[in-house]
Write a protein that binds this ligand. Structure first.
Ligand code: ATP
Length: 378
């Protein structure tokens, strides 16, 4: 096992490793109005997206939202029904153009890593370097084994490697021919939970050290937020929002994005002249981000996540509601509280703060940041 797999602090440290990525003008990959239909089924609808030089962009969304189809369109494994895809300035798929997968300069890391079981680690890594002479190949393989922190393991066979090591070899093999873009299909889904968190940090380090532009696919929001330079959230074949992880988490532009990220709950609120009134109390209306005068008198739904709220035991007469579910996660409890008006919100508590289902509580807003909101539907 490589040393970094044993690292105790596995949380990717985004603050200490700011990675400059290009702006929109540096797009390596461009999708314009891309749609993919399978008979009556539209898997991808009107997707327009650019991927910038050197960035790691993650397509994130629930099962069936079209992430894998988008990745297959980029790889050249599927042909768009409409729209065009350009790679390094050249159209590779469009109404009158189609460049086959093997001619696109695209590397792919598959979910199961797909190492050749009968080849050694060295031979696996060298697989994409068939055109290079022997010495150049050996040098490049050594360089890549160093990059993925596996020097000296070249003679092993894949079945002598841990899951994390297999992933390192798969990355090295895909990076060997210096692809214009690297595609990663659910890269951590084949690893156990502990290794998954550790390898997130390691995969990001390797991609950044290689300087490659990469597109990854996942349904795991924590993974997407922790490894990516930008996240593209998909829903029902469409792109809902594209932005850096903090922007999509803190400023979700749609109710779908808000709900998909971070156990969101919604508080119904009536907007008054200077305040908003909710089932847990009245607050200054400046609490709501960007609320215009036109909403005075209207009902809105305010986004609240578990870390924004705390439940405090109360007698029934003073309570805002009652605990209807208790989720134990080890370090913490998440209490689901049904408020008197029917809203259900979640409150995050330390594991020592043990309360029972049925207990009456007041709910306090403990966050000091402004909150996103959405006009109440229907
Ligand atoms: P998952 O996370 O479950 O892999 P996904 O977001 O990657 O889901 P896709 O695999 O891209 O979603 O599928 C998007 C939609 O297109 C789904 O409704 C799926 O059933 C449909 N689909 C995908 N491939 C085909 C195909 N070859 N033929 C018909 N329908 C397809």
């Amino acid at each position: 096992m490589a040393d970094s797999e044993l690292s105790s602090d596995a949380t990717p440290d985004r603050e200490s490793t700011p990675e400059p990525v290009g702006d929109a003008a540096d797009a390596v990959l461009e999708l314009e109005d891309v749609t993919k239909q399978y008979g009556a089924e539209t898997a991808v609808r009107d997707v327009t997206l650019d991927v910038r030089d050197g960035e790691l962009l993650t397509l994130l969304g629930p099962s069936g939202c079209g992430k894998t189809t988008t990745l297959r369109l980029l790889a050249g494994l599927e042909r768009p029904s409409e729209g065009s895809i350009s790679l390094a300035g050249d159209v590779v798929a469009g109404p009158s153009t189609y460049v086959e997968a093997e001619d696109r300069g695209v590397g792919i890391v598959f979910q199961d890593f797909a190492l050749f079981p009968h080849l050694s680690v060295r031979e696996n890594v060298a697989f994409g370097l068939k055109d290079a002479d022997g010495e150049t190949t050996e040098d490049r393989v050594d360089e890549l084994l160093d990059l993925v922190d596996m020097p000296g393991m070249g003679d092993r066979s894949p079945d002598q490697l841990s899951g994390g090591q297999q992933q390192r070899v798969a990355l090295a093999r895909s990076l060997a021919p210096e692809p214009d873009i690297l595609l990663l299909d659910e890269p951590f889904s084949n690893l156990d939970v502990r290794l998954r968190v550790e390898m997130r940090e390691e995969v990001r380090r390797i991609l950044k050290a290689a300087g490659v532009t990469a597109v990854s696919v996942t349904h795991d929001q924590e993974e997407a937020l922790s490894i990516s330079d930008r996240v593209a959230v998909m829903n029902d074949g469409r792109l809902e929002q594209v932005g850096d992880p903090e922007a999509v988490f803190e400023h979700p532009e749609s109710r779908f994005v808000a709900s998909f990220l971070g156990q969101a709950g919604f508080l119904s609120a009536r907007v008054g002249d200077g305040t908003i009134d909710t089932a847990i109390g009245s607050y200054d209306r400046t609490l709501l981000k960007g609320l215009s005068d036109g909403y005075t008198g209207a009902m809105v739904d305010v986004l609240v996540r578990p870390d924004d709220l705390r439940a405090v035991p109360a007698n029934e007469a003073n309570a805002d509601g009652a605990i209807v579910r208790r989720q134990y996660t080890g370090p913490s409890f998440i209490y689901h509280v049904e408020l008197d008006n029917g809203d259900v919100v979640r409150c995050l508590h330390n594991h020592a703060e043990d309360m029972d289902v049925g207990e009456h509580v007041t709910v306090d807003l403990v966050s000091d940041h402004s909150l996103a909101w959405y006009p109440t539907q229907g």
